[in-house]
Write a new protein. Structure first.
Length: 70
């Protein structure tokens, strides 16, 4: 990660990199709890997950997205 801004991977605001990390670690793996445990001791990744997941547009999409694997 190259950002000095807490909660984002690169630059100073949420980018496609953050969204990719968020969705990969929260939806991609069948074992969601295992994935969460894998990054739980990494404050940078945890902050990206928290920051991205809290965005209104992300919450809106998750509420209305089709029920698919991705």
């Amino acid at each position: 990660m190259t950002s000095t801004t807490p909660g984002v991977a690169v630059g100073s605001k949420v980018s496609l990199a953050d969204i990719t990390i968020y969705y990969w670690l929260t939806f991609f793996f069948d074992n969601v709890e295992g994935a969460k445990a894998a990054y739980s001791n990494c404050p940078t990744i945890s902050a990206i997950i928290e920051t991205t997941g809290a965005l209104a547009k992300v919450k809106e999409w998750e509420a209305k997205r089709p029920d698919t694997k991705m």
